[in-house]
Ligand binder design. Sequence first.
Ligand code: 5GP
Length: 139
Amino acid sequence: MTYDDQNIFAKILRGQIPCETLFEDEHVLAFMDIMPQVDGHCLVIPKRPSVGLLDADPSVFGPLFTAVQRLSKAVTQAFDADGVTVMQFNGSAAGQTVFHLHVHVMPRKAGIPPRPHTGKMEAPEIIEKNAALIRAALG
Ligand code: 5GP
């Protein structure tokens, strides 16, 4: 599959559609998922385009997973989480729905199962509130 620069995350990176940004640098953007499977579900994407893990330039993985670790620590603090699920899908057969490499970061509480993948759109005010908690934990 070739990279299509009209995918939603490419549009977010170009500022053509909005997102609730958590942090960004020259390599990555971290933002809230609009259909969160748990409260505080967020995403990290490399700025360099690739469909997924298989076609990515390996140079993206250092900055990407450094950001994933930073975000995992922040969501753990922000949501007093018992654990963190880090998830990444490649290809529609594997559950991928947006074809720009991304990593899901989800704070988990013991005994609380995640909601369905790409389920319900969250109310914007809830996403804003959860983003504020994560930003505070990011410092
Ligand atoms: P995938 O299924 O490709 O692993 O995950 C794509 C994720 O992107 C899903 O969790 C979905 O909720 C999220 N998503 C889809 N469209 C948008 C959007 O326009 N904005 C944001 N912030 N997240 C989105």
